[in-house]
Ligand binder design. Sequence first.
Ligand code: M6R
Length: 364
Amino acid sequence: DKANYRHFMAKEIHEQPEVVGHTLARYVDMASERVLLPKLPFDFKDIQRISIVACGTASYAGYVAKYWFERLGRVPVEIDVASEFRYREAPLRKGDLAIFISQSGETADTLAALRYAKAAGAYTLSVINVPTSTIARESETVLQTLAGPEIGVASTKAFTCQLMVLAALAVAAGKARGELSDADEAKLVHGLIEIPRLMAQALTIEPQIEKLAREISKSKDVLYLGRGTSYPLALEGALKLKEISYIHAEGYAAGELKHGPIALIDENMPVVVIAPHDRVFEKTVSNMQEVAARGGNIILMTDAKGAAEATIESLVTIILPDMAATFTPMVYAIPVQLLAYHTAVVMGTDVDQPRNLAKSVTVE
Ligand code: M6R
């Protein structure tokens, strides 16, 4: 049931600190600040390459994870949507690791990709919310997300729980490959333990987002920009807005702006910039300057430090809590989801059951 919420989506957005916390508790040992995984049939130290395969929002969780595995574990990662992966006959080798991500565990393309990877002799590991699902049953290793049932068609809490599992897995990979010391692991795990509290703090900006949503609802198009791990989040923000508010939106890597989309910038197209104060922050600021110089309306999602350094006329600045730079996507997902949600509410769409969409896509 929806408890006191108007929609399942709202309830599921607000449940995130709790369910991400449950997921965290399953995969890390809080007292010793270590990652805690079930016994894996492979050793990360022997893995030459990881392929991550999923659809929609789950694929964006995979895209964030690519940055984590590469940064923390120095292991090359390929990410692809399942519908492309399965038909391009990706040259998987025996001993490669293939990771599948799915809330439902029933997505037809992801399932077919899993079968393909198994036939190629790869290790298969799935991050799944429904443990009795087909993908869970057919995977060699299953890491369950403890999001609980997700009813809204737009994925929210499953996404952040997927990120939590993948973050723990990437830390484990870094550790096994000798890229991270015990102290590094403890520091990263400490950062993960902070996440539920930071997400709860991020939820308190909802009134500001509600106001902003009234502006966004007047737009025909919205552009989302981000760099590094904020880039997949920009893709996710655009998808979320499209699917429930029916407003056209695009997500772009901030650095790609000048290779095309900048031609679209005018005072009618809001530009949502996701930019925590991380190692690529300054680069994103220069992209914001390009937008501002062309009269674009910037909605900046950053932290206090970022807001102080941005020195750019933004329409609205949304300040998120200070946190360790590595894991910002889990916290910045909250304003991104809330913005789509409240815009859809203003538009009067069927938020939990948007037109033309199904919760699980069991046909290809
Ligand atoms: O059940 P799955 O995680 O495999 O579903 C994948 C996509 O269909 C799903 O994430 C879809 O993109 C959502 N509607 C996004 O909000």
